[in-house]
Design a protein around this ligand. Structure first.
Ligand SMILES: NC(=O)c1ccc[n+]([C@@H]2O[C@H](COP(=O)([O-])OP(=O)(O)OC[C@H]3O[C@@H](n4cnc5c(N)ncnc54)[C@H](O)[C@@H]3O)[C@@H](O)[C@H]2O)c1
Length: 315
């Protein structure tokens, strides 16, 4: 199948492209090397993909309507998997208009081009952040998500609505996937596991927001990629929303303990005030994805952290 992956050389995108290529698909990767974190890391991801015959990289912006239409039309793209975004909760608070522009105008540009070029299926990568500070656990797709507590979360919720609109008007098959704290090799350096590992290795203290009791449903990147592929190639899809999580949340303080074990070093902790926009807890109900397309995470948190640390030390 001919597939367009946006955000292809980011953390999750690069793993997804590898998997799609291993399944013999033809992949066009679109990415603008956004400087949110070191561009060199994205170039390293690109190098991993570039050797593959089925892969073509296009440097460009999802907001460039001419470029996006041209890519879809001239490559007979049947499936778009849209990961490109301004990611991160906290920076979205000080940079709202950029988040709105990339995450919403960029999405609409892709949806419009998909409609023009008769793309059959559109997978939108959403986020667990849409659940906000909901108290009911675990988070289920049928819960009311009308209360996002950061601009980032608001863009993801709005994105899900736009995908429905394009499904309704133009019959584009669409799935919105709410990813829960993804980690693993090549993880974004702004995310806690990566940031803490870096500091621990430099023998510097880490800062924990709140009292360490917040919980996250950490999900290993290979499980996320399996989930994306599971729905992307499912024979039946109209419009659906799915959680992709691990289903076994971990306290922040337990995450640090697991890192200490894997790194075999003591980590010094400084507790600081909770950050605006951060949710207290995330916990995915993954039953819907399990029933619909057999989604079943395989990597335990212990294994995943060990795998991450192995990768980190190697590079
Ligand atoms: N990592 C997580 O824990 C997590 C959790 C929930 C949802 N998500 C979502 O998954 C997706 C991928 O996240 P990631 O962690 O791999 O982040 P990432 O920053 O590593 O990847 C995003 C990629 O998109 C590219 N990009 C950004 N703006 C672009 C634009 N205007 N045009 C073209 N490319 C652009 C960036 O250069 C980057 O390579 C994002 O949509 C993110 O919101 C991630």
């Amino acid at each position: 199948m001919n597939i367009l992956v946006t955000g292809a050389i980011g953390f999750i995108g690069s793993h997804l492209c590898e998997q799609l290529l291993s399944l013999s698909h033809k992949v066009i990767g679109l990415d603008n090397l956004d400087p949110f974190y070191e561009v060199q890391k994205k170039q390293e991801n690109l190098k991993i993909l570039e050797g593959n015959n089925g892969f073509r990289f296009i440097y460009g912006d999802i907001r460039n309507s001419f470029l996006v239409n041209e890519i879809l039309a001239s490559n007979q793209i049947e499936l778009v998997i849209h990961l490109a975004a301004k990611a991160g909760v906290r920076p979205s608070i000080s940079n709202v208009s950029d988040y709105m522009d990339v995450n919403l105008n960029g999405l609409v540009t892709l949806l419009e081009a998909s409609r023009n070029c008769n793309v059959r299926r559109f997978i939108f990568i959403s986020s667990s952040s849409v659940y906000g500070n909901q108290k009911k656990l675990p988070f289920s797709e049928s819960d009311d998500v009308s209360f996002p507590i950061s601009p980032y979360a608001a863009t993801k919720k709005s994105g899900e609505l736009l995908c429905y609109t394009y499904h309704h008007l133009y019959n584009i098959e669409s799935a919105c996937l709410r990813l829960f704290t993804v980690y693993g090799p090549r993880q974004r350096p702004d995310l806690a596991i990566h940031k803490f590992t870096q500091l621990a290795i430099e023998q510097q203290p880490i800062e924990l927001y709140g009292d360490g009791s917040s919980i996250r449903d950490y999900t290993f990147v290979s499980d996320i990629v399996d989930g994306i592929c599971g729905i992307a190639f499912h024979p039946e899809l109209n419009y659906e929303i799915f959680n992709l999580g691990n289903g076994k949340p971990v306290k922040l303080i337990e995450m640090v303990e697991e890192l200490q074990n894997a790194l075999q070093t003591k980590i010094e902790i400084k507790f600081i005030e909770k950050q605006a926009g951060d949710v207290d807890q995330t916990h995915a109900d993954i039953a819907k994805a399990n029933v619909y397309f057999g989604y079943q995470p395989k990597v335990s948190f212990k294994q995943g952290v060990a795998e991450f640390v192995k990768w980190f030390k190697k590079r």
